[in-house]
Write a protein that binds this ligand. Sequence first.
Ligand code: NAD
Ligand code: IPM
Ligand code: MN
Length: 365
Amino acid sequence: NKIYKVAVLPGDGIGPEVMAEALKVLDIIADKFALTFDFQHYDVGGIAIDKHNHALPQETLAGCECADAILFGSIGGPKWDSLPLDQRPERAALLKLRSHFDLFCNLRPATIYQGLQHLSPLRSDIAQQQVDMMVVRELTSGIYFGQPKGRELNNDQEVAFDTMRYSKSEITRIAHLAFLAAQKRNKKVTSVDKANVLECSRLWRETVDEVATSYPDVQLEHMYIDNAAMQLIRKPSDFDVILSSNLFGDILSDECAMITGSMGLLASASINQSGFGLFEPAGGSAPDIANLGIANPVAQILSAAMLLRYSLDQNAAADAIEQGVVHALQQGVLTKELVPSDEQHLAKSTSEVGDYIRDYIARSY
Ligand code: NAD
Ligand code: IPM
Ligand code: MN
């Protein structure tokens, strides 16, 4: 019986609160599916800066290296916002982990489940249509990582610059994964770019066209990012796989999250070519609601399900978690941000939602 080593990195803000709920759920999963997890906890982000003077201490990185997968909470917050960019939690820890492990493929699935259309802020006839999308976001290149970046003085004026840069091979490998994902889904890829303005996007479009010839069963459409942001609201049911570069995927995935009801619902998997991955909510540390016991733990719990599915190949266990989540939402077990303003007294706390999902799995499997 294999022991799965999972590096647990709760991080800052709501990270530790929602992580506790995901671990609660993984404990009952271990019981019910006869799995053995070895959870090792490490500091990351702002809390690691405070304790060890670095957002990604050597011990944390070493712990991730010997793990089978990484379960990540969220990092950052106002306390560390004025640090230089390369020391901030976002770059020094999260982007560093992504590049260190070559986690180039970021999967962010957004679904409006049956009976949960009312959670969407979209008009009900739009939300009623089958909305089931997967953002496939390139995660280790583009404007996040392109060099040079920095500041300089130009005629006594302060100037800042970033570089958007993509190689053909970087586009090719993420495009293949988008088409493979589409083959298992509804066989459509919408590739998002700004090819009317950006050279990177022109190479992106050409390359995606070439990759598409290997997948004749998948329909490909190209869409400009501005139009895509609008079409997602107008008719989200038209989308299946959304293929995008690093920055565009970042933006569209928050939009996809909200279409399904809340930032707190969207899980994500960041994986490399060998299936190793980091699993984290798409949202951040939510400093505005930290330590109040009201954060939605669902994105973190669903990220644990993605960990089971993508890195540990435990699909039945992953299915059980997803069922538990959908059941909780359908039963109206909802955190504050999902509850209409005149029914706030019905909202459940972070741990009540986690308990409910755990108990459901306990009695159903
Ligand atoms: P955010 O995602 O943290 O919060 C945006 C809004 O969504 C807030 O109103 C927040 O309360 C809400 N929200 C997010 N997750 C929620 C949840 N689980 N339940 C209920 N509501 C939720 O984005 P932000 O405010 O722009 O960023 C805050 C900090 O988080 C920044 O330092 C940012 O860099 C960082 N960040 C980290 C990650 C990560 O660790 N993966 C991702 C995004 C942002
Ligand atoms: C995300 C986050 C990160 C990103 C930040 C925190 C670096 O917004 O995972 O979506 O931009 O990729
Ligand atoms: Mn983001």
